[in-house]
Ligand binder design. Structure first.
Ligand code: G1P
Length: 355
């Protein structure tokens, strides 16, 4: 079995972070979201992975290279226009050949991996197998109707959903999906929908199975989703402060992981928290569900439930920061000189909430 990971999307809903970084490389608990997908695929015993890339392809290539880091072989396949998930499968046609494959949307995260479902797909001899989860807002997803473990209908973004079971971004197919894709037309949003290809397979009598996943699933398309995914991943981290320098006045409580070469001085950290390498925290408080990337500096400030990317500096901030998503090399400081003015240099689509 092979796999493709879809990474062509631009991530417009994650601006300004995605002005300078591919959305698939935004770290969740200090690890790019795409790495979680590769690990989950590798755990299924799949070695041959095709990454479908678009405008942000060069960044993704320089991060993943040929996949040696994971012991897999990565190929890159260009999708020049974002014409839908089924279109992405069609650009990967030569890479996939006649093999069965796992298709994974590169910004999706699942708690329990996908190995279990890969086995069910193979053992059950399905032509297609989808994963489902209950959602409150089915109108925003592809939605499935089940009858005894078989899928009888799938509809993309239905106005009147037949169930609250949404298709998540992990799909298994055999070669028959290629025929299905040749037979579908673009949807109202101008995309070749994978949901329509699955419906075509159902209509032709192919065996389409589904399973409602156990554990959480998150699509990290929006800033709130990044914070929530970060919270979910941090739920499972373990304490490890061995490599850090922590002075006597500091308190490190609960499940806190701190990278090598980091210094914690006169500060309080309450887990779950992850802190990368060579971070400096002085006279500060870092509260639960916070991820701090490498080489960040935090002085006389308080922050919780947030994600701070590398080389940013937060200094002398009076109010506690909460639910912040702070990019790379950002500086937030309290101006001590007169006149006491707000002084901003903000990228396009930045969002600042003031006290
Ligand atoms: C896509 C699929 C949809 C699925 C969703 C999961 O939607 O078309 O069926 O439920 O991913 O994230 P999109 O993100 O393109 O709106």
């Amino acid at each position: 079995m092979k796999s493709i990971i879809l990474c062509a999307g631009k991530g417009t809903r994650l601006r300004p972070l995605t002005h300078t970084s591919a959305k698939h490389l935004i770290p969740i608990a200090n690890k790019p979201v795409l790495f979680y997908a590769i690990e989950a695929i590798k755990d299924c015993g799949i070695k041959d992975i095709g990454i479908i890339i678009g405008e942000t392809g060069e960044d993704i290539k320089s991060e993943l290279k040929e996949g040696d880091k994971w012991g897999v072989s990565i190929s890159y396949i260009e999708q020049k226009e974002a014409l839908g998930l089924a279109h992405a499968v069609s650009v990967a046609r030569d890479f996939l050949g006649e093999e069965k494959f796992l298709m994974y949307l590169g910004d999706n995260l699942l708690k329990n991996g996908v190995e279990n479902y890969a086995n069910k797909f193979i053992q059950g001899n399905y032509n297609a197998f989808v994963l489902l989860t209950e959602v409150d807002n089915p109108r925003q997803f592809g939605v499935a109707e089940l009858e005894g473990g078989r899928v009888v209908q799938v509809v993309e973004k239905p106005k009147e959903p037949v169930s609250n079971l949404a298709l998540i971004g992990v799909y298994f197919f055999d070669k028959n999906v290629h025929q299905a894709i040749k037979n579908i037309k673009p949807s109202a949003r101008g995309e070749l929908e994978i949901t329509d290809a699955i419906q075509w397979m159902i209509d032709q009598g192919y065996k389409v199975g589904a399973e409602v996943i156990k554990g959480w699933w998150k699509d990290t398309g929006k800033p709130d989703d990044i914070l929530e995914a970060n919270r979910l991943i941090l739920e499972d981290i373990e304490r490890d402060v061995g490599g850090a320098k922590v002075d006597e006045k500091s308190q490190i409580l609960g499940r806190v992981k701190i990278g090598k070469g980091s210094e914690i001085i006169n500060s309080k950290i309450v887990g779950p928290v992850i802190i990368g390498e060579r971070v400096k925290v002085v006279d500060s408080y870092i509260g639960p569900f916070t991820s701090i990337s490498e080489r960040v500096e935090i002085r006389k400030s308080e922050i919780e439930c947030s994600v701070v990317l590398e080389e940013s500096k937060l200094e002398y901030i009076k109010g506690r920061m909460q639910r912040c998503l702070i990019g790379k090399g950002v500086e937030i400081y309290h101006s001590k000189d007169l006149p006491r003015v707000y002084e901003f240099t903000l990228g396009d689509h930045s969002k600042v909430g003031l006290l």
